[in-house]
Design a protein around this ligand. Structure first.
Ligand SMILES: NC(=O)c1ccc[n+]([C@@H]2O[C@H](COP(=O)([O-])OP(=O)(O)OC[C@H]3O[C@@H](n4cnc5c(N)ncnc54)[C@H](O)[C@@H]3O)[C@@H](O)[C@H]2O)c1
Length: 487
């Protein structure tokens, strides 16, 4: 189901089904500035914010009027591109400005929800980067805020705006060209370098306001070399590769294979490790996940650890970064910008050509803001929340893991059996990549969780490991940077 094709009633139903109050304003209720222009501010002057600004700036309806980042050197360099824009270090000051209609939130992950909620509370529409949320609880508050303050909120899952996705869905679900789908796998196998490990904590760069950069995150010593970007690999501020690339490829799978039919999986288990890097990062560089998604089990393999002596981050079936739908009559392999259908003998029978969706995604946001109609969005916050939540669950399961024993290995193989060969392939790939790096899957640093049951309607884990799982659903916020409960 494409979001844009949902009518208002279906869309509201989706929100209610996911346990979130939905009450969209009729577009006419909202009064916009007379000139129908969008005065846009950016909360962040980082790498991604600059890319987004480059996409919005040429649009005739958009004026870039404000830039904000606690890193003054980044504000200065971005200001060179947008000389007329006001500059800020504190997002609260930017949000107090009544002459701003909408904002980009492209900060580190730990700031996404608080930035988006504050912005919507201040009456701004929001384009917030993926993953929507650092934790499941705050993602849900962000959806609730969009409803409460009646704002347009798009999440940066731009592949949703690639027109190719509609063709793939037609092929798989309307024409049923490959027959019944019985399983899906999601891949991201792409090497990354370690981020270093200091003996003493990093001194915060003088050009960065530490209090504002940390915001909701705990004030902990940082042992990596670089403050910016590498926050991805620290649980305090990031969500790992799962929330970085994992969220994009999983989103394509949820969109094209599952048709967004499931807001959250019923059960999840995961394993993996951060091996072979010897660095200050915490998030896994090998991560394997089984999602119980009902009729179509979804398995996910992620690796940023290169096999020793190779540039590959692991053997796998399907694209290095993409997804595979396993069907009675063959497979559909999709990735950003392209897809192909193969018959049972592996012969390509159809190809699909798209693009990243980036330009259309930003355009889609602008049009929805001008119309004041969130139902027009291709990645409305409810959708963005759902895919982010799957990633949050995969990370929680990893963090609940315990050293993998021989007994666990048998249990893991069996527990994913409903996904069949794709699951065995993911495990075999992880095992091989680790082995080439001199690490064993069992009795070493590799961890695995039990099968964890998530009652998404109540937003809580039940059963085995529930207490530990629940401890990761909501972070401790560093006052005054506290995500409010939206009622
Ligand atoms: N959709 C996509 O394809 C895509 C691509 C790249 C990045 N992203 C996402 O964009 C986000 C940013 O990634 P990046 O690569 O630009 O990282 P980055 O480290 O280059 O930039 C993050 C910026 O946020 C700033 N920041 C921190 N606290 C802030 C605050 N309180 N107010 C304003 N700015 C603040 C930092 O100082 C930094 O400049 C990430 O969440 C990432 O996942 C999405």
């Amino acid at each position: 189901m494409v979001m844009a094709s949902l009518n208002r009633r279906q869309f509201i139903g989706l929100g209610v089904a996911a346990g979130v109050a939905s009450c969209f304003p009729a577009p006419a209720q909202i009064v916009r500035g007379a000139n129908e222009r969008i005065r846009l501010g950016s909360i962040s002057c980082g790498g991604r914010a600059n890319e987004l600004l480059g996409g919005f700036a040429p649009m005739p309806e958009v004026d870039i009027v404000a830039l904000c980042d606690p890193d003054s050197s980044r504000v200065e360099s971005t200001k060179k591109r947008f000389e007329k824009a006001k500059t800020f270090s504190d997002p609260r000051a930017l949000l107090d400005d009544k002459d701003i209609d909408a904002v980009i939130v492209a900060t580190c992950d730990h700031w996404h929800c608080l930035g988006a909620i504050w912005a919507m509370e201040a009456g701004k529409d929001v384009y917030v980067e993926k993953p929507l949320a650092h934790s499941i609880w705050e993602g849900r508050q962000t959806v609730a805020a969009a409803r409460k303050y009646k704002r347009v909120c798009q999440v940066g899952m731009q592949q949703r705006s690639d027109k190719m996705q509609a063709e793939i869905k037609k092929f798989l679900h309307e024409e049923k060209a490959l027959g019944k789908i019985f399983a899906a796998r999601v891949n991201h196998y792409s090497p990354r370098n370690p981020i270093g490990k200091r003996a003493t904590p990093m001194e915060f760069p003088k050009n960065v306001d530490k209090n504002l950069w940390l915001g909701p995150a705990a004030d902990l010593p940082i042992y990596r070399d670089k403050l910016q970007y590498d926050w991805h690999w620290d649980w305090n501020t990031g969500t790992g590769e799962m929330g970085n690339w994992g969220v994009h490829v999983l989103d394509d799978c949820r969109n094209n294979v599952l048709l967004d039919s499931l807001a959250f999986p019923k059960r999840v288990f995961a394993g993996g490790s951060r091996s072979g890097y010897n660095d200050a990062g915490e998030t896994p560089n090998i991560h394997f996940v089984y999602f119980d998604a009902g009729e179509i089990p979804v398995v996910l393999g992620l690796s940023t650890l290169a096999m020793k002596g190779s540039k590959s981050a692991g053997d796998r079936q399907g694209p290095g970064s993409g997804y595979v739908a396993f069907c009675e009559g063959g497979t559909l392999e999709g990735q950003r910008g392209s897809a192909k259908a193969l018959d049972k003998d592996g012969k390509v029978i159809k190809t699909f050509k798209g693009d990243s969706g980036q330009r259309d995604h930003q355009r889609n946001f602008v049009e929805a803001v001008l119309a004041q109609d969130p139902t027009m969005l291709n990645a409305e916050v409810e959708i963005g929340k759902a895919t982010s939540e799957w990633c949050n669950l995969a990370n929680i399961a990893f963090r609940c893991g315990k050293t993998m024993t021989r007994d666990d290995a048998a249990r893991v193989a069996e527990a994913g059996a409903s996904a069949g060969k794709p699951w065995q392939d993911i495990l075999a790939s992880a095992e091989k990549t680790l082995r080439t790096n001199g690490i064993s899957m069992i009795d070493s640093e590799v961890k695995v969780s039990p099968t964890m049951t998530f009652d998404g309607d109540k937003c809580q884990f039940v059963g085995e490991m529930a207490e530990m799982g629940n401890s990761f659903l909501k972070r401790e916020y560093r006052a005054p940077f506290v995500v409010p409960e939206i009622v």
